[in-house]
Design a protein around this ligand. Sequence first.
Ligand code: SF4
Length: 359
Amino acid sequence: MPHYHALALFSGGLDSILATRLIMAQGLRVLGIHFVSPFFGKPQAVESWQRDYGVEVQAFAIGQAFVDMLARRPPHGIGKALNPCVDCKILMLRQARELLPRFGAQFLVSGEVLGQRPMSQREDTLNTIRNAAGVRDLLLRPLCAQHLPPTPMETSGLVDRQRLGAMHGRGRKAQLALAQSLGITRIPAQGGGCRLTERESARRYWPLLHLFPPRAEDFSLANIGRQLWHGRRWLVIARNNHDNARLEALRQPEDLLLRLTHLPGPLGLIRPHPGAEPWDADALRQAAATLAHFAPKARARGTAVSITVETAFHQTTVDVLPACRFDAPPSWEDVRTAKAAWMAEATTATASPPEGPLW
Ligand code: SF4
């Protein structure tokens, strides 16, 4: 196992690339840590980052720890959609700190820029993140280091403070100039890396935060196709062939797969959960009718169609008329209202889901 001087939080965004390269430019060996969850992460890009930016990167799963944090109501709040940015940073730094011994590394690097974001990159918030993550003497923020007190890495001489950045504020001019001076020509697009910042994704995730014990694999399934609910019964219907392939890939032994018996069309996936209403024969018929409703070739027939229901051990067939019997997830307005009430209860929060109306 190669040893590194530092581990860098590496999202693949420009700031993370620059922070990593700025430390590497001092002759130190840095490994980029790319965290992956149902909400963010591009493990398939690791090779291209290595090629394009000359940075060694390894991907690490953080999904279940992240989902647990989110379900417990993030103590530092949630942003405009469902993004708990401050607690996200704290979690990532904690997890990266745990990895230090494995790579023989002495400190952590992250690409924050003071004042770049109104909430999560204010100086007091940067201090909160550093302290709550337990990385007070371990964390270096190379892009804005000259605005921050010297770290032990600088005072010890391991890192030359004079060669670190003094970036501040929202503009990208300084980043682009630094990229040019480091010979970086492929500039990644801004934003768009985290589904938790999107209202449409928040609508998909909201029922899962409340109905079942939080599991990362459920949030991965919530990213796919049409999300449909009937009480606590959850049905996912693909929108296209790509979704069909993803549903089959994410299928678990307890899931039920629905497909049109004699026609091409979308797959449906039922994920039963303990505590949800049982998937009895009538409920399966309702789900099958809903799948047929979203299959244009089945609707065009105007007659009953056959749907095959597969479990891990056997399969059955039901004949149904197309009809949508399930509901869409709550609207963004309903999620926003429910989120505010949920977070307001945070002072007395426990990990248990709330009782009563869900949205
Ligand atoms: S946008 Fe998403 S990945 Fe980025 S800090 Fe916020 S929660 Fe974390």
